[in-house]
Design a protein around this ligand. Structure first.
Ligand code: SAM
Length: 268
């Protein structure tokens, strides 16, 4: 069912901080964990990425996670490969990743992937990023990897999936068709990249938001308490009405679009 009522637009509030800006990350306080409650249909986008990486690695591999955050996803490779290195530009994330790491085969270092990185030539056998900075901006990918190795990136393709139809105002129309792969190639600047053999796969991840409040918690992830107070006051009642008209027994269905990009470093 499509809702016509236009909700309060929290993004116009003066305290709104653009997601993934420096201020937004500092408001997260060193933890990048989604705070809303939901159920996923499997496989999730993260599982698809794990399976992809898993199908390539072996115990002699050295792998690099670019934009690893606090490392929970990175940890899973410690028993499967020789060495795992996670890099992130946010020191607090790296600190958390290092204290909780399950094995010494994992190293976490504060590094800006867009600058010169502290790794020897021909070091890594696979490089990936889960929602981190895109690898083609990472100009040293060819230098620090062996020839022709796999580079994998998982990126949000816009979390429309009905939210914009159901909650106009609170969510805006999706600016991009996630299936417009030419646009996606331009966005990620494949033509300027030093990588080769690009492939893009669109993943539709199905998520059921558990309660009306979870719609707002998702929308206001990383925002400050003052903005959240306004969002709850202005939107919750409308959201409850729309939510209960449209939710299934599992919750409100949302489709999260992701792009799974693979490429190779150059052979020559
Ligand atoms: C959306 S979070 C994803 C974190 C983690 N990979 C995960 O999926 O939970 C993006 C991460 O990329 C990091 N990042 C962004 N630009 C970066 C750069 N130039 N160099 C290193 N890390 C970067 C951010 O600090 C942040 O931790």
């Amino acid at each position: 069912m499509v809702n016509q009522k236009v909700l309060y637009d929290v993004m116009r509030h003066q305290e709104w901080v653009p997601p993934h800006s420096d201020e937004w990350y500092s408001q997260l306080g060193g933890k990048y964990n989604y705070p809303w409650k939901s159920e996923f249909e499997e496989p999730t986008a993260e599982m698809v990425l794990s399976q992809k990486i898993d199908s390539y690695v072996n115990e002699n591999f050295r792998i690099l996670d670019v934009g690893c955050g606090h490392g929970e996803f990175t940890y899973q490779w410690s028993s499967k490969v020789k060495e795992v290195v996670g890099i992130d530009v946010i020191e607090e994330f790296i600190y958390t990743a290092n204290i909780n790491k399950p094995s010494d085969s994992l190293r976490f270092i504060t590094v800006n992937a867009n600058e010169k990185v502290p790794f020897p030539d021909d070091y890594f056998d696979l490089v990936y990023s889960k929602k981190g900075p895109w690898i083609s901006v990472y100009s040293e990918a060819n230098r620090i990897t062996k020839r022709g190795v796999l580079v994998i990136g998982l990126y949000h393709g816009g979390t429309d999936g009905g939210l914009r139809d159901l909650f106009p105002g609170l969510y805006h129309p999706m600016p991009v068709n996630p299936y417009d792969l030419e646009y996606i190639s331009r966005k990620f600047e494949f033509d300027k990249s030093e990588l080769t053999d690009f492939n893009i796969e669109v993943i539709e991840e199905v998520e059921y938001l558990s309660t009306p409040e979870d719609v707002l918690i998702k929308k206001c992830f990383g925002q400050n308490e003052a903005l959240k107070a306004v969002a709850w006051k202005e939107c919750l009642k409308d959201i409850e009405e729309i939510f209960y008209k449209n939710a299934t027994s599992k919750g409100l269905k949302v489709i999260n679009y992701y792009h799974l990009i693979t490429a190779r470093t150059k052979l020559g």
